[in-house]
Design a protein. Structure first.
Length: 201
């Protein structure tokens, strides 16, 4: 009976410790739609962040109209980039809505169509749900700057080449609590001891 009670207590402590260590991330910012843009940057500054060890950014991405890609397939048009920066560190991808072999993007579009209804290219627009499965990076500063923008010497006007970000969420993951780690370790040791004594009996 005592062994069962102790095992039950240890199991509760184990679950409490695991829950504390693997606690869910906290969403600190959301934006449904940043609008349609070309080379103009949309910058978001978040301040007074709670203590954290990493940040995750998720968003849906629309690449609309006649993006010209990397021109590695023999095209003559200048390269078109979509850029996403975190505290000034920029990640860039080229997109080609006519030749998927002519882009550095490796994500697969979830839908195609005419998503902005103002273009002459009909159904070449692409939508990427949760682009790149999100972006997670180590971060512990009290402030964060995110920026989205298009670039390229031949980037055209909004009725010919544009991008859109929707369903933007920013989440922070808390720093694991040392006490929770101790509780988890103690519970594991306790369970192991109970199991050994049970086997001897």
């Amino acid at each position: 009976m005592k062994r069962k009670i102790f095992q039950g207590i240890a199991s509760v402590v184990l679950m409490m410790g695991a829950a504390s260590i693997a606690s869910a991330s906290t969403v600190i910012y959301t934006e449904a739609n940043l609008g349609d843009h070309t080379t103009d940057a949309v910058t978001i500054n978040l301040n007074s962040l709670a203590t954290h060890s990493q940040i995750t950014v998720n968003f849906d991405l629309y690449i609309m109209d006649s993006w010209d890609g990397s021109t590695i397939s023999g095209g003559a048009a200048p390269v078109d980039f979509f850029n996403f920066s975190v505290d000034g560190a920029v990640s860039s991808w080229t997109f080609d809505n006519f030749d998927l072999n002519d882009e550095t993007n490796t994500d697969v579009a979830d839908a195609t169509g005419n998503f902005n209804s103002i273009n002459q290219w009909v159904d070449v627009d692409r939508r990427f749900d949760n682009y790149n499965n999100g972006f997670t990076f180590a971060h512990s500063l009290g402030a964060l700057e995110l920026s989205f923008f298009g670039s390229g010497s031949g980037f055209q006007t909004i009725d010919d080449e544009s991008w859109r970000v929707t369903n933007l969420t920013v989440s922070i993951a808390p720093v694991p609590v040392p006490g929770a780690v101790f509780l988890l370790s103690s519970a594991l040791v306790g369970l192991a001891g109970v199991r050994l004594r049970g086997n001897k009996n």
